[in-house]
Design a protein around this ligand. Structure first.
Ligand code: UD1
Ligand code: MG
Length: 461
């Protein structure tokens, strides 16, 4: 397998997407279409990957920055798939097999490509094909009476009889590079689209006495391409369905596999339950026994065993992952932002926002509160409506709340400030100075009453 080189065609415009973004940079499951294809090529341990860019070349090439064993060649202008491959062969070594992939066919699977490659050697060209009742738009695989492949005919060039053929070419082939080079040099553009068709190498191979094998698969989604937003959405569903199935096979209990979206890397322990309409982004880990309620969005987070995340919770650890310990209770309607680091048995309730703050074991903020740039000790109870005033308009400062402090409702903690262990803050206080351990601190005015108070009355005009 070491002599496999991959060529990915990604120069086309994608006119039917009606988008400014080059087609291969549209996203599926959180990754670009091209990234899907190249990740698959990498999984094959290809010797090198050559990406043919053209339309939006600079943007496409930038998206590949930092990838190993990969180079881009440009195709300007774009004169067809054969012309695209003509740009690639100068950088491909003669001793190998070239696997041709399309940048807009994202769901091709590694084992399918391995099976295709096993049919290709110096004397055999292997085509990946699909038997389909709906062949419209695809190149048809023409065979003789003995069933031997003779040619691929594009839809626009096909005779009415050829259009009845239901074996279609997927756009993916494996071909000995030394021969590919000679066939590509002989292509012409005498066809309906006046393009240089890669598919014409098939008839040249047959004329040269090379055997062409058609490897047919039955899963259409593996070879379906993205040409418009309808197809992109359909493949997104196919991809999510595939992932959902893999998670369920591994024991994850999904309330409804059709309402489950992973746009990154999700890993789960045992006995994980996920309710409907949850979206996972970036890198997320759910420990043993974690339960995720309906309608949660969770990005870049590590959630400890036994923790329950209730409905409509938003966790976003994009710049700095969110971590949650064991047996915590989060939500409903909680918001955890980058750098939230919650210990075991922490409780976060509705409309509580936590950013760049740690909360030690058993600390609670159950209602309507903000904790930003705070260090919260064990068993702290952070009252409803309280906030850390962490930003003075120019700089951010830390709030330290030591163990066992009770912060009364509607308090403002003006940072930098430290609340000593075991202290109590009276509700409605604005705390600007450090408080002593064990003390009750109250800053609000004393309650006074004026008896028989007459309210103002509206004056007549
Ligand atoms: C191609 C095949 C067709 C097959 C179908 C499968 C040819 C002539 N036809 O048709 O037999 O059934 O794929 O999806 O190959 N590209 C370039 N440079 C170009 C033109 C295209 O890099 O000059 C790239 C595109 O970005 C795309 C791929 O090649 O990734 C396929 O091009 P597309 O125009 O979609 O070919 P189809 O007409 O779909
Ligand atoms: Mg296409």
């Amino acid at each position: 397998m070491n002599s496999v080189d991959v060529a990915v065609m990604a120069a086309g415009k994608g006119t039917r997407m009606k988008s400014n973004l080059p087609k291969v940079l549209h996203r599926l499951g959180g990754r670009t279409l091209l990234d899907h294809v190249i990740d698959t090529a990498d999984a094959l341990q290809a010797r090198q990957v050559v990406v043919i860019t053209g339309h939006g070349a600079a943007q496409v090439e930038a998206s590949l920055h930092g990838r190993q064993h990969l180079q881009c060649v440009r195709q300007m202008p774009q004169l067809g798939t054969g012309h695209a491959m003509q740009q690639a062969v100068p950088v491909l070594a003669d001793d190998g097999v070239t696997l041709v992939l399309s940048g807009d066919v994202p769901l091709i699977q590694v084992d399918t490509l391995q099976a295709l490659l096993s049919l290709c050697d110096a004397k055999h060209l292997a085509l990946l094909t699909l038997e389909t009742p709906t062949p419209t738009g695809y190149g048809r695989v023409v065979r003789n009476a003995q069933g031997q492949v003779q040619a691929i005919v594009e839809e626009k060039d096909a005779t009415p009889a050829q259009r009845q053929i239901t074996l279609i070419y997927s756009g993916i082939m494996a071909v000995p590079t030394r021969l590919l080079r000679t066939w590509l040099a002989r292509l012409d553009n005498h066809n309906a689209q006046q393009e240089y068709y890669l598919t014409d190498v098939v008839k040249l191979a047959v004329a040269d006495g090379t055997t062409v094998v058609a490897h047919a698969i039955s899963q259409a989604w593996q070879v379906e391409g993205v040409n418009n937003p309808v197809q992109l959405a359909a493949l997104e569903r196919a991809y999510q369905h595939l992932q959902a199935e893999q998670f369920m096979q591994a024991g994850v209990r999904l309330a409804d596999p059709a309402r489950f979206d992973v746009r990154g890397q999700l890993t789960c322990g045992q006995d994980v339950e996920i309710d409907v309409n949850c979206v996972f982004e970036g890198k997320v880990h759910l420990g043993d026994g974690v339960r995720i309620g309906p309608h949660c969005v969770i990005a870049n987070a590590d959630i400890g065993a036994g923790t329950i995340v209730q409905a409509y919770t938003h966790i976003d650890g994009e710049q700095q992952p969110v971590t949650i310990g064991r047996d915590a209770r989060i939500g409903p309607f909680a918001r955890l932002r980058p750098g939230a680091a919650l210990g075991d048995e922490v409780h976060i309730g509705n409309f509580v926002e936590v950013k760049n703050s740690s909360m030690a074991r058993g600390a609670k903020a159950n209602h309507l509160a903000y904790l930003g740039d705070a260090t919260v000790g064990e068993r702290v109870n952070y009252g409803a409506g309280s906030i850390t005033a962490n930003y003075d308009g120019a700089n951010k400062h830390r709030t330290v709340i030591e163990a066992d402090v009770h912060v009364g409702s509607n308090s403002v903690l003006v940072a930098p400030v430290t609340l000593g262990a075991g202290g109590t803050i009276g509700g409605g206080s604005t705390i600007t100075k450090d408080t002593a351990p064990g003390a009750l601190t109250v800053t609000r005015a004393k309650q006074t009453s004026i008896d028989n108070w007459a309210r103002p009355v509206k004056t007549k005009k």
